[in-house]
Design a protein around this ligand. Sequence first.
Ligand SMILES: C[S@@+](CC[C@H](N)C(=O)[O-])C[C@H]1O[C@@H](n2cnc3c(N)ncnc32)[C@H](O)[C@@H]1O
Length: 209
Amino acid sequence: MGRLRRSYYDRFSRFYDRFVALHSSDTTGLARKFLADRLPPRDAGSILDVCTGTATLLPHLKEKVGRDGRVVGVDFSRGMLKVASAKVRSLPNVHLVEGDAGNLPFAAETFDAVTCSHAFYELKGKTREGALQEILRVLRPGGTFLMMEHDVPANPVVRALFYLRLTLVGAGRAVAFLRREEETLKGCFAKVEKVETPAGRSKVMVCWK
Ligand SMILES: C[S@@+](CC[C@H](N)C(=O)[O-])C[C@H]1O[C@@H](n2cnc3c(N)ncnc32)[C@H](O)[C@@H]1O
């Protein structure tokens, strides 16, 4: 099953960026910049982007850690990582790693911040629960986890389509997670805040360890 999901994302990677630009009318990565801007700038630091996809967020994260800072993007799809590598090739201290969100290949307390953009709901139920524990494990004490996701649509027809898409990508138990999202995050982190994007329809959950 993991193999099937990976191959779905490998195929999707060929048109993923065009799909996002059309779907969200965001051709310049404004939403990802909004997410990165929730992080305080540091002279040096390290940020992990979980489920980094085609690495649209990484250049924005690099701006937050300065010249000596390090940014790592992790994803399990080689197709996505191939597209990503073309984007970050010229960026110093930006690395891509193949790995599973539910079993992150990093030592405990390695990162000052962890981000996850438009991917957390798509994880399979068990992986999603594991990923939350893994994110907590690799974050330094006092570190921040930023999760950006679409809001659950208010319009009932669009909401049904939203849930249908999560079911189609095999994101088991995503709906149950969504109903208790804030409560679940508050159970794991010391403080949790929800910030709506200016354009609406998306939100960032800011969580402090
Ligand atoms: C909808 S894309 C989001 C990509 C990117 N974060 C963005 O903002 O455009 C979801 C990504 O999650 C990755 N993914 C899904 N399940 C994963 C897992 N268990 N471990 C690592 N990556 C995973 C997929 O390969 C894909 O690149």
